[in-house]
Design a binder for this molecule. Structure first.
Ligand SMILES: [Zn+2]
Length: 440
């Protein structure tokens, strides 16, 4: 579909199309108010600012933000559970927590205004993806402390769509309900969308029985190749959105139908890109770690939160009419980045290579180990029936091809192991792409 034919509806045209100078004026005003609040109400921030030798009053321009200390996940852990609150507990109306995989999770609280802002921002990216009051939204994220399901739920209700809060699990039932209730929008992780597509094909159902037209996928990094695969197999427009519970949840940024990056809702968040090693702010257009400062959050504002997500920001005007900066799909978290023989490797880079090779299925797993003091990387990939396991020669040639492509992209050698279709475990939440045996 040509861009000109797309209907670029905008939920909040006043704030999504501000001139840069007006946006920056609004950001500075909101930043001042946020800094005053955290300085006087959150002991952790008062201490951090004192150590950095700065007071909120000394932040006169947006550039001065770079003088403020970072907030890390560790700060949230140290203040577990309620130490980061900037409002009394009686003003907190909802608690969520991060889907932390190790140790204590981090707790986030929302005031009534925070919940309102959250659903407004989710309404923005849903509208940007073409969702309207006419849609039936199938939310297959697990409902619970994780922010994904509730975030999308209230955003969809805000725009007047019909919500099916099916939650995660039981893929066959998900498919039956999608068919019968005529779900038109699917909300889940991109890997679960693939699991659904697989299951539909294996059940012998046709995607023509589905009414799906749009997918809103998030909560894990995914490649452009995986997007094309999902779009083709489910017959939908697949869009990306971004958020993290420490900052709010989904609704920090979302894609419009131009699909050239996710618009960051800069009237509510200031985005910076830093060098993850030195902490220096990088110039516009550089690839680095995304750092976010909240401008309107009441219960748990965060100042310069280090997201660990690696991306790049674009400031040129978008064809959709929004003036908000766009962030590229995240390349993975700096935490997920594998260091193999001293080389930085992201699972999404491997995914991109696999998707370009005819015969590879979009299911893979990386096994990292250390043998004789050297790191090893094995890429287990499912192959479809066009690869004959009984023809050793052809199989060897295929493996050589994939290994060569991987080596040229990753700058490190990987061993490829072909596995039977459907042999890598499927997940209903986030996919487990990496098994790092060095960590045992
Ligand atoms: Zn746009």
């Amino acid at each position: 579909m040509a861009i000109a034919e797309l209907n670029h509806r905008i939920w909040d045209p006043v704030h999504e199309c501000l001139a840069r100078a007006d946006l920056e004026r609004l950001q500075l005003e909101r930043l001042h108010s946020t800094l005053e609040r955290v300085y006087h109400r959150v002991p952790c921030y008062q201490e951090k600012f004192r150590q950095a030798g700065i007071t909120p009053g000394e932040v006169r321009t947006l550039r001065d933000l770079a003088r403020l200390p970072f907030t890390t996940k560790e700060d949230l852990r140290l203040n577990y559970p309620y130490g980061m609150l900037a409002v009394p507990m009686r003003d907190v109306v909802r608690i969520h927590s991060s889907s932390g995989t190790t140790g204590k999770p981090t707790v986030v609280g929302y005031s009534r205004n925070d919940l309102n802002t959250w659903s407004e921002l989710v309404a923005r990216f849903m509208t940007a993806a073409g969702v309207s009051a006419d849609d039936i939204v199938h939310i297959a994220f697990g409902y619970g402390l994780f922010t994904g399901a509730f975030g999308l739920h209230y955003g969809a209700e805000k725009i007047g769509a019909t919500v099916i809060p099916i939650s995660g699990g039981n893929t066959d039932r998900q498919i039956m309900i999608m068919e019968d209730y005529r779900s038109s929008v699917l909300v889940c992780t991109p890997s679960y969308a693939m699991t659904i597509a697989d299951r539909i094909e294996r059940m012998g159902h046709s995607r023509q029985n589905l009414s799906l037209r749009v997918g809103l996928f998030g909560a894990e990094p995914w490649s452009e190749e995986l997007r094309r695969e999902i779009e083709q197999r489910l017959g939908i427009i697949a869009t990306d959105n971004y958020g993290l519970s420490e900052v709010m949840g989904p609704g920090v940024a979302g894609e419009c139908l131009v699909k050239r990056g996710m618009h960051i809702f800069e009237d509510h968040f200031i985005a910076e890109i830093i060098d993850p090693d030195s902490g220096e702010v990088l110039p516009p257009g550089a690839v680095g770690e995304l750092v976010l400062t909240t401008l309107t959050k009441e219960a748990i504002p965060v100042i310069r939160y280090r997201t660990r997500d690696i991306t790049r920001l674009h400031y040129e005007r978008c064809a959709c009419g929004r003036t908000l900066a766009r962030m590229e799909k995240t390349r993975g978290r700096s935490d997920d980045m594998l260091i193999i023989k001293g080389v930085n490797v992201f699972p999404t880079q491997i995914e991109e290579v696999l998707f370009q090779v005819e015969g590879c299925e979009p299911h893979y797993q990386l096994v990292v180990d250390r043998v004789d003091n050297a790191d090893t990387l094995e890429v287990q990939v499912e192959v479809n029936e066009t690869i004959f396991f009984d023809e050793m020669k052809k199989q060897r040639a295929f493996i050589d091809l994939v290994e060569k492509r991987l080596a040229s992209i990753l700058n490190v050698s990987a061993k490829v192991k072909l596995v039977e279709p459907a042999s890598i475990p499927r997940h209903e939440g986030k996919a487990q792409r990496v098994i790092d045996k060095r960590k045992r």
